[in-house]
Write a protein that binds this ligand. Structure first.
Ligand code: SF4
Ligand code: SF4
Length: 318
């Protein structure tokens, strides 16, 4: 037992799977950025990317289910050679599925990605874009030089295409703290973002999702380097909120890695906590009907999802 599962037991709580509603596919670790908080350790030199053969096996599996949402993440998911192929194959499925692209914005402006934003718009792909602050200083600290200006240019392009404006083209932004602290209230921050981005840049968007930084990968290394890892863990543990457990994303999301491996969430994926049944399990080994009530694999990093108002890929939980 880890400290998280002990805490659940002490609260009389169980963390088990509900019906899968989201297939979150991490297509690889390749990215054009190297952000300090990245839980994937992604970057331009990473070689791990999903092949077309793996995409085909995932789509064949998905076609036999009624899972309504496909959530593409990375790295920068757009950088794998078969990104558009993946989306076109999901679009051809019946019933229709919602597709989400978790986009770092700057990739939309990179050379050789021309027409990508237009492609996403044409395929009605929902965009969830990282934007850690509306102030250039904080974005530069977390994501690097030039990222703020690039993000603003990309957001303007997306607005021009109808994102954040038309009802069927949602554009959501993601905030995560620039440092070892918990995020503030989502509604307040969303109002600030909307006001600042509209006033200074003429940008509109739908929702702001707040995500707590989990103490793993590059963010854990950053905390360790600054001698703040223990204090951050204590902060998360002390802020444990039992009301968040029912809505944790690991309950309704199946997380898939670039080779088709299966995990309870993208964080567990980065910690190599692959589903096993004696041997490692891949998506095509999973019977979706048998996922219900499966026990979720946890670790101390899970305190990042249950602190305060909770945290998930869709923002706060309570
Ligand atoms: S946080 Fe996102 S944009 Fe930044 S390096 Fe990681 S995957 Fe790339
Ligand atoms: S890290 Fe969060 S989403 Fe993942 S298993 Fe733990 S509580 Fe669930």
């Amino acid at each position: 037992m880890n400290r998280f599962s002990e805490r659940l037991a002490a609260e009389g709580l169980k963390l088990r799977r509900a019906r899968p509603e989201i297939l979150q596919v991490n297509v690889g670790k390749l990215c054009n950025l190297t952000c300090t908080h990245c839980h994937v350790n992604a970057g331009p030199k990473r070689k791990e990317i999903m092949t077309r053969a793996t995409i085909d096996r995932i789509i064949d599996w998905l076609a036999k289910t009624d899972i309504p949402t496909v959530d593409l993440t990375g790295g920068a998911p757009e950088m794998i050679p078969d990104f558009r192929y993946f989306i076109e194959r999901v679009r051809a499925l019946r019933p229709w599925r919602k597709i989400i692209d978790r986009c770092n914005l700057t990739i939309l402006l990179e050379r050789s990605y021309e027409g990508l934003a237009e492609f996403l718009a044409a395929k009605k792909v929902e965009i969830i874009a990282s934007m850690p602050c509306y102030s250039p200083r904080n974005v530069t600290a977390q994501r690097g030089e030039g990222v703020f200006d690039g993000s603003i240019t990309a957001l303007r392009l997306l607005n021009k295409l109808g994102y954040g404006v038309a009802g069927d083209m949602p554009l959501h932004l993601v905030y995560n703290p620039v440092g070892a602290f918990l995020p503030g209230p989502q509604a307040e921050l969303e109002a600030n973002y909307k006001r600042e981005l509209a006033e200074h840049f003429g940008i509109v968007f739908n929702k702001l999702y707040i995500i707590t930084n989990l103490p793993i990968a590059r963010f854990a290394a950053f905390l360790r380097h600054n001698n703040k890892l223990d204090a951050y863990m204590e902060l998360l543990i002390n802020a444990f909120n039992p009301a968040t457990v029912e809505g944790l994303m690991c309950r309704n999301t199946i997380s898939v890695g670039w080779q088709g491996e299966v995990y309870d969430c993208d964080f567990n994926q980065q910690l190599d906590m692959q589903w096993r049944n004696g041997q490692p399990i891949f998506l095509w080994d999973v019977d979706p009907e048998k996922v219900l009530d499966r026990e979720i694999m946890t670790g101390e990093h899970c305190f990042g999802c249950t602190a305060g108002a909770g945290s998930s890929c869709g923002g706060v939980l309570v």
